[in-house]
Design a protein around this ligand. Structure first.
Ligand code: JD8
Length: 270
C-alpha cells in the first residue's frame, strides 16, 4: 500500500529527483518461524491480536543510522498530528515510521523503541500505513525543492491559523453564478482586504478553535507593537531597555500573555 501510494505526483517526483529517500520494510522479513508470524494473543486475555516486539525491534534496528532517527509510532494514542508537528518532523534528518495492524503494539515497543507517537486524528483506521502516508506527504512538501516553492510556505492556511479565502477562475460567470466584483476590479488593496475578511468569516464560522487562537495571537502582537512604539519615542541603552521592557510588561499585566507558546495557545484561550 505504501509503495504504490508513493508512485504519484509531487512525492513521486521528489523521490525521482532524490530530494527525499523512502525505504519500505516488511516486518514479516524479520520473523524466523515458517509462518512469518508478527502477531500474538494478548497476555491477560482480551479480543484481538497484538504486534509482537521481536519483528518490530529487529526491522528498525536493521535500518542504517536508526540510532540517529526519530522513531515515530503511528497510533491513535499519539500526539494529534498538525502543521506544527509536520514542520518539527521536517527538521529531522531521518524518520522511521512504525505502522502496526491488529489491536495494537506490545507496550515495550512504545517504551523502549519509539521516540515519538503520532495520531492523524480521532477516527479508527485498520492500521498505521495510511497515517504514515499522511505524515510523509505533509512533511515532504515542506522540504526545500519538493514543491515548485513558488509561494512562501509561511503564507499558508494553518500557518497563520486562518482557513483559505474563496477562489475563482475563468469563466467570470458560470451558469449565472458570478465571481465577486471586487476580484475583477484590479484594486489590489481592496482584493487583499476582501480576502482577509473572507478568511476571518470562514474561520469564525467553521473553526472556533482556530479563531480563538488567531485572536489571541493578534492581541498579543498588538500589545507587543504598542510597547515597541512607545519605546521608539524614548531613546535608551539596550541594557536599560531590557529592564524597562520587563517592568512595562509586569505593569501592563500581560507578562503571561507574552510567555504563551504558540502551539499551546488553544488551552490558554479556550
Ligand atoms: C495504527 C492498528 C487498528 C487501533 C483497534 C483496530 C494513527 N489516527 C489513527 N486512527 N487509527 C490509527 C491507527 C490504527 C491502528 C494502528 C494506527 C495499528 N490499528 C487498531 C486501536 C484500536 N484498532 C491512527 N496514527
Amino acid at each position: 500500500m505504501i509503495r504504490s501510494a508513493l508512485g504519484y505526483s509531487i512525492i513521486s517526483r521528489a523521490l525521482e529527483s532524490q530530494l527525499i529517500d523512502i525505504d519500505v520494510h516488511d516486518l514479516r522479513d524479520y520473523t524466523s518461524d515458517k509462518r512469518r508470524t508478527i502477531d500474538d494473543s494478548p497476555f491477560g486475555g482480551g479480543a484481538g491480536m497484538v504486534m509482537k516486539p521481536e519483528p518490530v525491534f529487529d526491522a528498525v534496528e536493521a535500518i542504517e543510522n536508526w540510532q540517529n532517527a526519530e522513531i515515530v509510532l503511528m497510533t491513535p494514542q499519539g500526539r494529534p498530528f498538525s502543521q506544527q508537528i509536520a514542520k518539527e518532523l521536517s527538521a529531522k534528518k531521518h524518520l522511521v515510521m512504525v505502522c502496526g495492524h491488529y489491536e495494537g503494539f506490545d507496550e515495550r515497543i512504545r517504551e523502549h523503541l519509539a521516540t515519538d507517537e503520532i495520531s492523524i486524528g480521532d477516527y479508527v483506521l485498520t492500521g498505521g500505513e495510511l497515517a504514515a502516508l499522511v505524515v510523509i506527504d505533509s512533511v515532504s512538501r515542506l522540504l526545500p525543492g519538493v514543491l515548485g516553492n513558488e509561494k512562501s510556505l509561511g503564507d499558508e492556511s494553518f500557518e497563520n491559523d486562518l482557513l483559505e479565502y474563496p477562489q475563482y477562475t475563468r469563466p467570470a460567470v458560470y451558469r449565472e453564478w458570478p465571481t465577486p466584483d471586487v476580484l475583477l476590479s484590479g484594486h489590489h488593496a481592496k482584493i487583499a482586504a476582501w480576502q482577509l475578511a473572507q478568511q476571518e468569516e470562514r474561520t469564525r464560522e467553521r473553526r472556533p478553535d482556530l479563531w480563538a487562537r488567531y485572536n489571541a495571537i493578534k492581541m498579543q502582537k498588538e500589545a507587543e507593537d504598542a510597547l515597541l512604539k512607545r519605546k521608539s519615542r524614548r531613546r535608551r541603552s539596550p541594557e536599560a531597555e531590557i529592564g524597562e521592557n520587563n517592568r512595562d510588561l509586569s505593569a501592563s499585566g500581560i507578562e503571561d500573555a507574552v510567555m504563551i507558546d504558540r502551539k499551546d495557545m488553544t488551552e490558554e484561550t479556550s
